[in-house]
Structures are given as C-alpha cells and as structure tokens.
Design a protein around this ligand. Structure first.
Ligand code: UDP
Length: 137
C-alpha cells in the first residue's frame, strides 16, 4: 500500500468542484485516510512549494494558494502516487488529456485545480507538512 498527498486548490473549492473530485478518488477505489478543509498560511505555502521559491511564478502561486480554502487529503492504494498523478493530468491543462481532472476542469497552468505528490519522497514530506499522525486513520 502507498499513500500520497492530494489537495483540491482554492479554485477547485471556489468553483464547487470538491464533491466531483472526491467522487473520482472514491470511484477509482482509492481510500481517503485523512481529509480537512483549511486555509494555507504564507509560511506553509513557502514550505510546501519550497522547490519553486526562486521561480518567477512563485509570488503569484503563493498568493493564489493562500487565497481561499483548500481540501487536503491523504489518499491510499496500491501505486497511489502514480495513479493520482495520472488522474490529475499534466501540470498544464492545455496538455492534459480529457478525462483527467485538469483535462476536464482547468484551462490554465496557474489555476489547475488540484495538487498531488510526484514521488514517494514528496508524498512523505507533504503528508507530514499537512497532517499530524493522529489525524490519519
Ligand atoms: N505553476 C504556475 N506556473 C508555472 C508552473 C507552475 O503557476 O509556470 C504552478 C501550478 O499551479 C503548478 C504548481 O506551480 O501546479 C507546481 O508546479 P509543478 O511543476 O510542481 O506541477 P504539479 O506537480 O502541480 O503538476
């Protein structure tokens, strides 16, 4: 079994896509082991997106990710990291296949609705950043 960190970003909650996206995770057969709606602080945004801190888009990204509630989850299943990434589609929705979450619900790279860990190392790091041990079932 593998766990990944998955998050519906502020554009997803604002557009009332929470139920639709969670439904896809459930129907795929993945298990939600933890979930909370929360507002990301500047401090958490910097930690979560540490690898992008020097990129030109970082300040917009930080502003966006802290602009409204997100729904953060720990999702579990065999090969969950790769499966969730495939369900999300490419980072740039213009490249995302229809049928994927970004392919169906997003138009631009800076408003791409969801986040999912891209490796076992980032999954561990991100789960640890967002959840304490007693919040995970
Ligand atoms: N991003 C952006 N502009 C860019 C590249 C990335 O706003 O030119 C944002 C976008 O929201 C993306 C996030 O930064 O989801 C993290 O980028 P990454 O390359 O890690 O993509 P992801 O893992 O989210 O597919």
């Amino acid at each position: 079994m593998e766990q990944t960190f998955f998050m519906i970003k502020p554009d997803g909650t604002r557009r009332n896509l929470v139920g639709e996206i969670i439904s896809r995770i459930e129907k795929k057969g993945l298990e939600i082991k933890a979930m909370k709606m929360m507002q990301i602080s500047n401090r958490l945004a910097k930690k979560h997106y540490a690898e992008h801190i020097d990129k030109p888009f970082f300040s917009d990204l930080k502003e966006f990710i802290t602009s409204g509630p997100v729904v953060a989850m720990v999702v579990e299943g065999p090969g969950a990291i790769k499966i969730v990434r495939r369900m999300m589609g490419q980072t740039d929705p213009a490249e995302s296949t229809p049928g994927s979450i970004r392919g169906d619900y997003a138009l631009s790279i800076d408003r791409n609705v969801v986040h999912g860990s891209d490796s076992p190392e980032s999954a561990e790091r991100e789960i640890d950043l967002f959840f304490s041990e007693d919040e995970i079932i």
